[in-house]
Design a protein around this ligand. Sequence first.
Ligand SMILES: NC(=O)C1=CN([C@@H]2O[C@H](COP(=O)(O)OP(=O)(O)OC[C@H]3O[C@@H](n4cnc5c(N)ncnc54)[C@H](O)[C@@H]3O)[C@@H](O)[C@H]2O)C=CC1
Ligand SMILES: O=C(O)CCC(=O)C(=O)O
Length: 529
Amino acid sequence: MPKVLVSDKLSETAVQIFRDRGIEVDFMPDLGKDKEKLAGLIGQYDGLAIRSATKVTEKLLESADNLKVIGRAGIGVDNVDIPAASKKGVIVMNTPFGNSVTTAEHAIALMFAVARQLPEASTSTHAGKWEKNRFMGVELFNKTLGLIGAGNIGSIVADRALGLKMKVLAYDPFLSEERAQQLGVKKVELDDLLGRADFITMHVPLTDKTRNILSRENIAKTKKGVRIVNAARGGLIDEEALAEALQSGHVAGAALDVFATEPATDSPLFNLPNVVVTPHLGASTTEAQENVALQVAEQMSDYLLTGAVSNALNMPSVTAEEAKIMGPWIKLAGHLGGFIGQMTDEPIKSINVTYDGVVSEMNLNALNASVIAGVMKVSNPEVNMVSAPAIAKDRGIQLATTRQEAAGVYDGYIKVTVITDQRERSIAGTVFSDGKPRFIQIRGINVDAEIGAHMLYTRNKDVPGVIGALGSTLGELGVNIANFQLGRTSSGEDAIAILYLDEPMSDEALAALDKTGKFLQARALQFEV
Ligand SMILES: NC(=O)C1=CN([C@@H]2O[C@H](COP(=O)(O)OP(=O)(O)OC[C@H]3O[C@@H](n4cnc5c(N)ncnc54)[C@H](O)[C@@H]3O)[C@@H](O)[C@H]2O)C=CC1
Ligand SMILES: O=C(O)CCC(=O)C(=O)O
């Protein structure tokens, strides 16, 4: 039974879902803050469900020997080292929509709060001061809002702002003109937005490109009297520079839900007039927390129980249905990669995969990942479908795929060709209606080979006496043959044999074959069937 750890404050709905799906779950909502203790326990778990307090670093992943999936109950995954997770073969999923309305509403609430100085007015009134003349605000009506980032949350903010009769500009290099028109916003360059917006709200992920996007230099380009709202990520704004711009009066107000260092217990922005701060509450509503907990638990359970992948950041999506239909093909893709990997001793330059017929309609990203994992596993048994593409890329291995309509006698097949400096090697396989994968072509020679855990591949000149030598040598050493397939290019030319054995070929058996002098090559192969 898979085992999941919940190490942050997720709604207990998640715990219930894991239990209902038959997954063992430990709920330790404060564990994420204790790095050492988490590192000591993580090795026991197949899944880790988190919010933002748990930091999944490369170091933590070193101890995560059984981990298969990390589920982020929320959107931002900047607390997870995704490249390190990918290399370790761990899928990272998030819940991209569950808290977007809630977070957009928080941004709008912060915009109102900073326009009317609501927190300070409230504190003063609670203190019995009745400072009616102190709190002069501004309207949102007819003002220009500049969105930095117009994805899910930015679009909802735009919709609400248009409802408030604001004009909305958006800076987002990935926003198409068509989508901007649909949203009713004007797509602009960043400098244009900075110079024209009365309010700026941020809705981008924290990446190397967006870090410090409101830098000192960019803050200086904003319109005098601008009000800035950040409910996305700390690190997007230079906090020191913002504090100075607030003190000089260039920026009239700021509202921040997120900080460069969290929990933020100290900041140059604390205690400045007209600065509204909240402790990363963007997603903190009952509705959003139920949504993300339910979604993350369902997604993680689906993956652990059925292999279905959704909303993963380091793996193509595969539905449960696809996982079922594609299962035998994914297995075949892994075996084809495994064959090539075990046959190839020199560095691989490229892997070309042809998908023919029915399989060409399937999710090729997942199949490619399985081929690459099969190839790579030979040199590193820890590699899986998640980590393989990244490792292949690191090693400079090129991947090319071709889809084609059914071109032969099979409903569909996969052919993998690997190119090295020395040679080109190829193998093709198919899945029969019994759901069992078969090798159907090796070195361009047709075969029909069932795939077993222990196999032997031999190559020889097509002359009499070789098959006899093979059978008798294995027989003398007590190696039982379950299936024996032969093929040749033409009479007297290249011939191959692929054997499915009941036990592994020992070095002794390989040496005995070599000693016969009849084989150009003999290689023992292993497959995870
Ligand atoms: N305060 C909180 O509690 C919460 C904060 N967030 C933050 O909000 C962020 C945005 O969330 P969504 O809208 O759901 O993400 P999204 O992925 O739907 O939208 C992000 C947008 O940013 C754009 N973008 C990417 N790089 C950019 C760049 N260099 N310059 C300008 N735009 C760029 C993308 O094209 C995309 O349209 C999340 O990444 C997360 O960090 C999300 C939920 C809660
Ligand atoms: O889990 C939370 O409270 C934070 C949510 C958040 O920042 C996100 O979803 O990106």
